[in-house]
Write a protein that binds this ligand. Structure first.
Ligand code: ATP
Length: 372
């Protein structure tokens, strides 16, 4: 549902937004100049390391902070003058902030009654909405319990139901899974994704966890030091990182220095140290002789026997057993070290050992040219 509707309009439009805390001339700059369009019904993730400005951006959409410059529009309307409770937006925080002396149903009802939308609803309508929301997050059975009698995951589901109850057009989620253990986090990812698809509400999700971002999002914006580095679908960001920061932050990669040798149509030949040639896309503005950095994911490299045609000779420097995978660090003739990841499958039972000579193959299309 979300993918189909996502083309229909823009839910949140962020235009040249800058945020400086305190004195605009001397205060810390949280966001430099951010432009983003978040589509209606989209699961959109703001991903980046601690301090990159994700929460600041979320708080400005919610109305808890104000931009120093630029504007934020919700469904085409500039919301600068609208206080938080008049925005069609609600937030789920990392800490659930449920009232301990109220039951789960009372927590939800209270949340609604104190919201402008709930104030227009009768007691019966509120009770009906509470039941509907508890069913949505599969917590009907717990309606009469108090928060202290629920697990962390259950409390987070209640917090989600409470935020969804006023039917916001946009739901902001600030690292909502980070207090949960790994197994629960993984289960909640699927649940969040399915609730977003069921409700059709635009979700803006903040995380520093790249796996969370890759598995749940329709699109991701990668942020670093107050700037958007890249926006795209998870596969696009992983397969075609724009720059060194994105390639490094999302997954593991090998950075390989290369020189552009020749161009043929959309593809170009790059020579890596040691003389081997690698094909990758053409980049505007580069000329023969230009130095570039290539990013090649470890799973797109293959270790074969030494005498395989076109394989680069290499030597195993180290091997690490990872359970599902084996990681090899191999050294090429010129001293360049790369990491190769191979699945721990039946075909890989013959493990290579340190010091063993082998051949290295680059899968076609595996190299991304990084712009900076
Ligand atoms: P985290 O994942 O650690 O929450 P984040 O990406 O959400 O980080 P923000 O909380 O948006 O980052 O902070 C961005 C920058 O702004 C940081 O350098 C932070 O120190 C600074 N900052 C945030 N809030 C304030 C504030 N109230 N006053 C001054 N500086 C602030």
């Amino acid at each position: 549902m979300s993918a189909q509707h996502s083309q229909q309009g823009i839910a949140v439009s962020i235009r040249s937004v800058r945020k400086v805390y305190g004195d605009p001339a001397t205060g810390p700059v949280a966001l430099k100049c951010v432009d983003l369009d978040i589509r209606d019904n989209e699961f959109f993730t703001l991903l980046g390391p601690s301090g990159c400005g994700k929460t600041t951006l979320l708080r400005m959409i919610a109305g808890f902070e104000f931009p120093t410059a630029g504007e934020i529009c919700l469904y085409g309307e500039n919301i600068a003058d609208r206080p938080p409770y008049e925005r069609p937006v609600n937030t789920v925080f990392q800490h659930y902030a449920l009232f301990p002396h109220m039951t789960i149903a009372e927590n939800l009802a209270f949340g609604l009654e104190s919201h402008p939308m709930g104030q227009r609803m009768s007691k019966a309508q509120i009770a009906e909405r509470v039941a509907e929301m508890l069913a949505l997050v599969q917590m009907e059975r717990f309606a009469a319990r108090r928060p202290s009698a629920l697990s962390g995951g259950q409390q987070q589901r209640v917090a989600l139901a409470r935020a969804l109850a006023p039917h916001p057009k946009v739901l902001l989620l600030d690292e909502p899974l980070s207090a949960l253990d790994l197994k629960l986090r993984q289960a909640m990812r699927e649940e969040l994704k399915s609730i977003q698809a069921k409700t059709g509400i635009t979700f803006i999700f903040v995380t520093h966890d790249q796996e969370e971002a890759l598995t749940m999002s329709d699109r991701i914006a990668v942020l670093s030091e107050g700037e958007v580095q890249q926006v795209g679908r998870p596969d696009d960001i992983y397969e075609n990182p724009r720059n060194r920061f994105v390639a490094d932050f999302i997954g593991e990669t090998n950075f390989i220095s290369a020189t552009l040798i020749s161009v043929a149509g959309e593809q170009a030949q790059y020579r890596i140290a040691g003389g081997a040639m690698i094909e990758a896309r053409v980049v505007d503005g580069l000329q023969a002789g230009s130095p570039v950095t290539l990013s090649i994911r470890p799973e797109r490299l293959q270790l074969v026997s030494e005498d395989t045609p076109n394989a680069l000779p290499c030597q195993v420097h180290a091997q690490i057993y990872m359970g599902t995978d084996l990681h090899y660090q191999v050294e090429l003739a010129d001293g360049l070290r790369v990491t190769v990841r191979t699945p721990n499958s039946a075909g890989q039972r013959q493990r290579l050992v340190e010091g063993q000579r082998a051949g290295l193959l680059f899968e076609k299309g595996s190299a991304s040219v990084l712009l900076d």
